[in-house]
Design a protein around this ligand. Structure first.
Ligand SMILES: Nc1ncnc2c1ncn2[C@@H]1O[C@H](COP(=O)(O)OP(=O)(O)OP(=O)(O)O)[C@@H](O)[C@H]1O
Ligand SMILES: [Mg+2]
Length: 301
């Protein structure tokens, strides 16, 4: 009897939690919450997945507990880059009631990863009870992870944009190619329509040299500030480095295979900036539970 009453009370409190707006939620936040960062780009193939995995590993080596969620609905390939096959995905939690901690895979240096798989599509069709069940499971990640990195697909599709809007922090990756820069700008513009205060961080990947990298970082920041009234955080750059491609072919993260290469050094610098000098920090994060709550609500509205 007591068990049932406890269960009921828990469900009622969680239903209320679902209805809360962000600032109200923050006030009642009693549990630990992870720092959730969405990684995205305007143009495809600019290096998001490699960036996510390699920075995840460096952060883990620095002592943070890191979970990567592969949320690319098209071509998920976190596991391909890691050289590991994910046995389960989020669908196993939604449909087959597996625990979130049972579907987590272990990667190098203690990073954990979860494949979204078809679960990402199912997520948007959940009824309230199913959503509460899923959020309860996801809440367990807040207890276990310091930083959760969400690797998305490219472009302005509804689902990618929902991952962007649900996150407090977003890292936008671009290369110095004009097409990638134009697409990054279009993405930032779309974000700015909905949220002018989003913490947007910019990473330039595959730069020929430091000068080219800063040229892109500065120019993109200048136009977004002037035309969109939005300030970007310049998180850093990664040089174009043939070791990245070599590591991809070996299905090993380059920060492990080629620890001393230029790209690895750049990733270490970015990781340090992210945890030490970012305008946004752990105390402002709302955790993965609120993230998925916002994500699901966006689709239901
Ligand atoms: N710094 C770099 N130097 C050299 N090559 C790189 C670098 N970063 C990425 N690449 C190359 O770009 C390819 C695509 O990278 P990745 O799969 O990470 O991009 P993505 O943005 O995740 O793509 P998608 O949009 O398809 O998800 C890699 O396989 C690698 O060959
Ligand atoms: Mg990718």
């Amino acid at each position: 009897m007591k068990d049932q009453a406890d269960k009921l009370r828990k469900i009622i409190s969680e239903i209320n939690e679902l209805e809360l707006e962000e600032d109200q939620y923050k006030n009642i936040l009693t549990h630990k919450s992870s720092r959730v960062i969405t990684i995205t780009s305007g143009k495809g193939g600019v290096g998001k997945t490699n960036f996510t995995i390699n920075i995840g590993i460096v952060l883990a080596e620095m002592g943070y507990k890191v979970v990567i969620i592969d949320a690319d609905l098209g071509l998920s390939n976190v596991d391909v880059v890691l050289g590991k096959t994910a046995k389960f995905n989020l669908s196993d939690v939604i449909k087959y009631k597996k625990g979130i901690l049972d579907i987590i895979e272990e990667g190098p240096s203690g990073i954990k990863f979860i494949s979204g798989g078809s679960g990402m599509q199912e997520l948007i069709k959940l009824d309230k009870k199913q959503l509460i069940d899923l959020l309860t499971e996801l809440g367990k990640l807040d207890e276990t992870a310091d930083i959760i990195l969400i690797d998305t697909g490219a472009g302005l599709s509804d689902n990618v944009m929902s991952f962007v809007h649900a996150a407090k922090e977003v890292i936008i990756v671009t290369t110095p190619e004009p097409t990638a820069i134009t697409d990054a700008y279009a993405l930032i513009k779309t974000i700015s329509y909905k949220d002018k205060n989003k913490n947007l961080k910019l990473v330039v990947n595959r730069a020929e040299d430091i000068e080219e990298a800063y040229n892109v970082l500065d120019k993109l920041n200048l136009v977004t500030e002037r035309f969109l009234g939005l300030k970007l955080e310049k998180l850093g750059f990664i040089l174009n480095d043939s070791n990245v491609t070599k590591a991809v072919k070996r299905q090993e993260p380059f920060v492990i295979s080629y620890r001393k290469c230029e790209a690895s050094k750049n990733i270490h610098d970015i990781a340090k900036t992210l945890v030490n000098n970012s305008q946004f920090n752990q105390t402002q994060s709302l955790g993965i539970k609120m993230f998925f709550n916002k994500f699901a609500r966006m689709f239901n509205s």
